[in-house]
Write a protein that binds this ligand. Structure first.
Ligand code: SAH
Ligand code: SF4
Ligand code: F3S
Length: 467
C-alpha cells in the first residue's frame, strides 16, 4: 500500500448548533487502510456530536491515526505528540481543554508505552477497537487515561454507524472500501501481522451494502482495500465459496459504479478467477499493485515471501496475457539483512524485466518484534542508501517511459476534482495517473474521452475529444 499523510476534509455541516458542537481534527499517517479508518472514526465521533475540522487550532479533540511500518513513521508520531503537549498546556492556561488520542498501528504496537512517553495523551485505541471510541472518550473526560488495544471479539464494522451520505458526497467521486484486514503471511520484516492481527474478511452482504451506499451518494470509483486484499474470501449468495475475483464480478453489476480497483495484493493469492476478472470486467481498471520486495530467491526466502523471482515473473506474464494493457506497480525493500551486491543486482534485473508503471521503494527498517530484527548481518546504512538511489533511478525512468508512452493515446478519464487553474479539472486515467484537462466543475464525476498531449513530473496533460 502506498504511504501518505493526509488530513480528513472538513465535514459537510448537516445542521445543528455548530457553536456547541465539538470538533475533531484527524491526522492520518500510513496506508490507504488508515485513510479509510479515519473516515470511519469520523463516523463514530459524529454519533457523539463531533464534526471534523481541518484546522487543528479549533479542535477539541486531536486524533492521530498512526503508522508503524518503518521506524521513521513511528517517530513522526512522537514529535507530533510533543507539539500537541504544548498546545494542550496553552489551552489549559486559557481555561480551555484539548483531548489527545492516538489510534492506528503505533497505538496497537506500543500501547502503554505511549501513555508513559507522552503524558498528554488521553486515549490510545487500536485499529480493531475504534468502534469503542465514543465510550473511550467519555471515560477520558472523567479523568481516566484510556487504553483500548485488545483485539475485539465483536466485528467493529457491525458497531460503527454508516457514513452519512452528505459526508460521502463531500469527499468526492472516488472512495475506499475495506474488505479484508490483518495478515497471516508473516513476512520477516513486517509489523502488520502484529499491529492489525490475523486475517479477516468482511462478509459479502456488508460489502455490497456499503458499495451500494457509496454509489447512491455519487461515488463512481471504489478501491477495495486490504493488507492482503486478494486473500479475501467469503460465502456467495448460495453459500458457495467466493474469492476476490467473484466479489469483483458481483460489484461490477452495481449500476452507476463505473470503476473498480483493489490494493494491496500478495503474489501468492493471485488466483485464476482474479486474473479472469481482469480479462472480463470493463469496470476493473487495468492497474495492479503487486509488491515483490526483492529479486533474489535467497532474500525472498529469508523474507518469507514464499515464492521465487521466476514464479513472480511467470505470474506477471499470465496477468499480462489476460489484460495486455495492465500497468504494474510494486514495493521494494533494499538492504534486508544479508543482502549482497549480487542479490541487489537480481532486484534490478527483475525490475528491468517487469517494467513498472509506478513503484515504492524503501530502505529496510528494523522493526522490534519481527524475526528480521534478530538476524545478524544487518546491512550498513550507507550501502542501503546507495542501493536505494540506484533502484529509484531505474524505477523513475520506467515511470517516465510509461507516461511518455501515453502521449498521443485516447483514453477515458474520471473527472475528480478542481485543477490548478480555473476552468481545469484533474481526472484519473485507468492507470491511476492524474490528468489535467479543461473542463467545468459541474462535470466532476463524469468519465470523458481525452487525448494525452504531454507529461509533467507527476501528471499528464490532455485535450478533450468531442464525441
Ligand atoms: N501487504 C502488503 C504490504 C504492506 S506494507 C504486501 O504484502 O505487499 C507496505 C510496504 O512497506 C511493503 O510492501 C514493504 O515494501 C514496505 N515495508 C514493510 N515493512 C518494512 C520494513 N521493515 N522496512 C522497510 N520497508 C518495509
Ligand atoms: Fe506485511 Fe507480508 Fe503481510 Fe504484506 S504480506 S502485510 S508485507 S506480512
Ligand atoms: Fe502503516 Fe498500519 Fe498501514 S503499519 S502501512 S498504517 S497497516
Amino acid at each position: 500500500m502506498t504511504e501518505q499523510t493526509a488530513t480528513l476534509p472538513a465535514a459537510a455541516h448537516t445542521g445543528g448548533d455548530i457553536a456547541n458542537t465539538r470538533k475533531v481534527f484527524i491526522k492520518t499517517y500510513g496506508c490507504q487502510m488508515n485513510v479509510y479508518d479515519s473516515v470511519r472514526m469520523g463516523d463514530a465521533l459524529a454519533s457523539e456530536g463531533y464534526v471534523t475540522t481541518d484546522a487543528m487550532e479549533e479542535a477539541d479533540l486531536v486524533l492521530l491515526n498512526t503508522c508503524h511500518i518503518r521506524e521513521k513513521a513511528a517517530e513522526k508520531v512522537y514529535s507530533a505528540l510533543g507539539r500537541l503537549r504544548e498546545m494542550k498546556k496553552e489551552r489549559r492556561a486559557n481555561g480551555g481543554e484539548l483531548m489527545i488520542g492516538v489510534a492506528g498501528c503505533v497505538a496497537q504496537a506500543e500501547g502503554e508505552e505511549i501513555l508513559r512517553r507522552a503524558p498528554a495523551v488521553d486515549v490510545v485505541i487500536g485499529p480493531q477497537t475504534y468502534h469503542r471510541l465514543p465510550q473511550a472518550l467519555r471515560r477520558a473526560r472523567s479523568g481516566e487515561r484510556v487504553i483500548e488495544t485488545d483485539y475485539a471479539v465483536e466485528d467493529k464494522f457491525e458497531h460503527l454507524p454508516k457514513t452519512d451520505k452528505a459526508q460521502i458526497r463531500a469527499r468526492g467521486v472516488t472512495a475506499f472500501l475495506t474488505v479484508q484486514e490483518g495478515c497471516d503471511k508473516f513476512c520477516t520484516f513486517c509489523v502488520v501481522p502484529y499491529t492489525r492481527g490475523s486475517e479477516i474478511s468482511r462478509p459479502l452482504s456488508q460489502i455490497i451494502d456499503e458499495a451500494q451506499r457509496l454509489v447512491d451518494a455519487g461515488v463512481r470509483e471504489i478501491t477495495l482495500l486490504g493488507q492482503n486484499v486478494n486473500a479475501w474470501h467469503g460465502a456467495g449468495p448460495n453459500g458457495e465459496s467466493w474469492g476476490l475475483g467473484d466479489l469483483l464480478y458481483r460489484l461490477a453489476e452495481i449500476r452507476g459504479l463505473a470503476r473498480l480497483r483493489y490494493t494491496t495484493s500478495h503474489p501468492r493469492d493471485m488466483d485464476d478467477r482474479l486474473i479472469e476478472a481482469h480479462r472480463d470486467l470493463r469496470a476493473l481498471m487495468p492497474y495492479l499493485h503487486l509488491p515483490v520486495q526483492a529479486g533474489s530467491d535467497r532474500i525472498l526466502k529469508a523474507m518469507n515471501r514464499r515464492h521465487t523471482g521466476e514464479e513472480y515473473l511467470r505470474l506477471i506474464e499470465r496477468i499480462r496475457s489476460a489484460r495486455p494493457d495492465i500497468a504494474l506497480s510494486g514495493d521494494f525493500i533494499v538492504g534486508f539483512p544479508g543482502e549482497t551486491d549480487a542479490d541487489f543486482e537480481d532486484t534490478l534485473r527483475l525490475v528491468e524485466t517487469v517494467r513498472y508503471a509506478q513503484a515504492f521503494s524503501f530502505k529496510y527498517s528494523t522493526r522490534p518484534g519481527t524475526p528480521g530484527a534478530d538476524l545478524g548481518s544487518q546491512v550498513a546504512d550507507a550501502v542501503k542508501a546507495e542501493r536505494l538511489e540506484r533502484l529509484q533511478a531505474l524505477l523513475l525512468r520506467q515511470q517516465h517511459e510509461f507516461a511518455e508512452a501515453c502521449i498521443g493515446r485516447t483514453i477515458d478519464i474520471l473527472l475528480e476534482k478542481p485543477g490548478r487553474m480555473p476552468g481545469q479539472l484533474i481526472g484519473r486515467s485507468p492507470w491511476l495517473q492524474s490528468v489535467n484537462v479543461d473542463a467545468a466543475s459541474s462535470q466532476i464525476g463524469d468519465i470523458i474521452s481525452v487525448r494525452i498531449v504531454g507529461t509533467g513530473p507527476n501528471s499528464l496533460f490532455a485535450e478533450r475529444i468531442e464525441r
